[in-house]
Design a protein around this ligand. Structure first.
Ligand code: PGA
Length: 250
């Protein structure tokens, strides 16, 4: 099998202070040995400018955790695609389950947010995944397929879309999906998206997220349909995060 290009993305969520962002990224870069994985750091908005100067090295990218579906105007508290790009972002996470849970309107705005991001040439890390009740009821595949249809199927292509499968029951819980469970869902996602978007079937990247740590990264990496990871808690510790990046070096 030809070597894959992996992606290791960090979702800092609402953690650490802007003043601690630079030291954390510096620590990561200090131990980073150039490798084959692309690394995307997604700090809170307030940290972006502190991190941007440090991520301008080959293979490192800066992302935000959300954007508005609107271009600009009277949307108090919202942040636009242009604003994050002005601070150096090339990527944006859209549809994270924590946002979907926090805001009842989120599910309805995801397709529009993705279209806004793509219209600005941002790359999207699109999150999908089921909760524990749905998994226990054995409905996880139909649930995820419904999310894909609703959020992605109206796009022309997935050229600039990276998928992140994040089972909600595995996020921040220490309970990781087994590598086989993740692989099976990734295969299902890939097969369905390949039918809808045949031109993307070879290039599509699907990341796994949910309690990824240095001690499970290698096993995840070895799965056929896993193209990388989206890391929450463990991305806030430079040693852990570097060990995860190293696991995806091939
Ligand atoms: P976690 O978060 O690694 O802390 O489980 C993953 C995510 O929510 O992206």
């Amino acid at each position: 099998m030809p070597h894959k290009k992996y992606i290791v993305a960090a979702n800092w969520k609402m953690n650490i202070l802007p003043s601690s962002a630079k030291p954390l990224v510096s620590e990561i870069l200090f131990s980073y040995v150039r490798n084959n994985a692309d690394v995307i750091i997604c700090p809170p908005y307030t940290h972006l400018s502190n991190v941007s100067a440090n991520t301008i090295i080959a293979g490192f990218y800066l992302g935000a955790q959300n954007i508005s579906e609107h271009i600009s105007g009277a949307f108090t508290g919202e942040i636009s695609a242009d604003m994050i790009m002005d601070l150096g972002c090339t990527h944006v996470i859209i549809g994270h389950s924590e946002r979907r849970e926090l805001n009842p309107r989120e599910n309805e705005s995801i397709a529009a947010k993705i279209k806004m991001a793509l219209s600005k040439n941002l790359r999207v890390i699109y999150c999908c995944g089921e909760n524990l009740d749905i998994r226990n009821a054995g409905r996880e595949k139909s649930f995820v397929l419904d999310q894909l249809i609703k959020d992605l199927y109206s796009l022309e292509n997935l050229d600039s879309v990276i998928i992140a499968y994040e089972p909600i029951w595995a996020i921040g819980t220490g309970k990781t999906a087994t590598a086989q469970q993740a692989n099976e869902m990734h295969q299902f996602i890939k097969e369905n998206l390949s039918v809808r978007f045949p031109s993307n079937s070879a290039s599509l990247k699907i990341l796994y997220g949910g309690s990824v740590k240095s001690n499970n990264a290698r096993e995840l990496m070895e799965q056929e349909y896993i193209d990388g990871v989206l890391v929450g808690g463990a991305s806030l510790n430079a040693t852990e995060f570097i060990a995860i990046i190293d696991a995806f070096n091939n």
